[in-house]
Ligand binder design. Structure first.
Ligand SMILES: C[S@@+](CC[C@H](N)C(=O)[O-])C[C@H]1O[C@@H](n2cnc3c(N)ncnc32)[C@H](O)[C@@H]1O
Length: 354
């Protein structure tokens, strides 16, 4: 995205830029969960230092009695150890400063706030951010139907990115669930910005004025103009469950990429040589009822592995949290990366079928 001073650490990726760059990150990042604007950083050994430091940042441009507020906090290796207390003190400092200026204070709305503030306290140093995204960025706004064990949209995009699919080869998800992988792939291939179909937190900020609104409109216009009318690759999404096929079709339509993906009811074990070569990208079943029956699960993966091995010239990319998958497919991964699907530790595995 051509940002300045990009730096990554365990907490995320940092960059410098104008507010419009933050808007651009919200609109175009397929993998980020949130985009945070740093308001300030200060030593906060104890509650008074935290309160004073937050007040000193000045909130007139960023909060008002007419705009609801929420504050969330995390802390590590600090004197203050309760994140809820840190959030409460931060909220007090903001609402007190607004009340002193305007005579009334903003209401707190933890569910759907206009302004969302994030505090991180690490080794007694507080960093205060405004959350540009509002609702987390994985919520693209297209998921209108769901099934069990769906993956987050940004995880599906990360699987495609880390796995190396470059949107120039055909793609199949043979266990498509609610269609997340196929939809993300279609959006990448058709150059649909992931944030085109949702609203963002910054649009509700008190300081979102005519100039910012114009900047945002032109970002949206450019993103809309970049969308391809025809998908350059074939994408196929199949699942044995009629409910999953139906959910995928609904979500594809809602994402505006129904024309880019073929959806069929089909058993994953029925794939054969003539279905390839393609990238087979899948988040196979490994939990629920099947997990309670390891023999059945092992049998499924043995048969699926046999089917995949007939697809000469294909690449298979799987994310799985169950070692039974790897043990029974009968394939040797050429790439293995540790990833988390929510709390579940998973492996991203890539296989080449000769
Ligand atoms: C973990 S879910 C996939 C979720 C999907 N990645 C998403 O985010 O929407 C696994 C899917 O495998 C499907 N499945 C189970 N056995 C199957 C089989 N034999 N053939 C095809 N699909 C199967 C289930 O119906 C379920 O939808």
């Amino acid at each position: 995205m051509r940002f300045w001073h990009v730096r990554a650490d365990r907490g995320g990726v940092h960059f410098e830029g104008a507010l419009a760059d933050g808007m651009r990150a919200c609109l175009h990042s397929r993998i980020a969960m949130r985009v945070l604007l740093e308001r300030g950083r200060f030593p906060a050994k104890g509650e008074q230092a935290l309160y004073d430091g937050v007040r000193a940042l000045g909130w007139d441009e960023h909060s008002s009695p007419k705009h609801t507020l929420s504050v969330s906090a995390t802390c590590r290796s600090s004197q203050l150890t309760h994140s809820q207390f840190i959030a409460l003190k931060t909220k007090d400092a903001i609402v007190d400063s607004i009340r002193d200026l305007h005579g009334s204070r903003p209401d707190v709305d933890p569910r759907d706030p206009d302004v969302s503030v994030v505090v991180r306290l690490v080794k007694d140093e507080a960093t205060v951010y405004l959350d540009l995204a509002g609702e987390a960025l994985h919520k693209r706004g297209y998921r209108v139907a769901t099934v069990d064990a769906v993956m987050k949209e940004n995880l599906a995009a990360a699987v495609l990115r880390i796995g190396g699919w470059d949107a120039t080869t055909d793609l199949i998800d043979p266990v498509c669930g609610a269609g997340t992988v196929a939809i993300e792939a279609a959006m990448i291939a058709c150059r649909v910005a992931p944030g085109l179909r949702r609203r963002f937190g910054f649009e509700r900020w008190p300081g979102f004025d005519a100039a910012q609104s114009t900047a945002w409109e032109s970002l949206l216009e450019a993103a809309n103009a970049a969308v391809l009318t025809e998908c350059p690759v074939k994408i196929l999404a199949t699942d044995v469950s009629p409910a999953a096929v139906d959910a995928t079709a609904q979500n594809l339509a809602s994402a505006g990429v129904a024309g880019a993906v073929t959806v069929q009811r089909r058993d994953a074990r029925s794939y054969r040589e003539e279905d390839g070569p393609a990238w087979v990208v899948a988040d196979p079943p490994y939990g629920g009822r099947l997990a309670a029956q390891p023999l059945q699960l092992a049998g499924f993966f043995r048969q699926w592995g046999e089917a995949l091995r007939t697809m000469h010239g294909s690449t298979v990319l799987l994310i799985s949290g169950n070692p039974l998958v790897q043990r029974n497919l009968g394939l040797t991964p050429e790439m293995e990366v540790e990833l988390y699907n929510g709390d579940i530790e998973c492996r991203l595995l890539r296989y080449r079928i000769a």
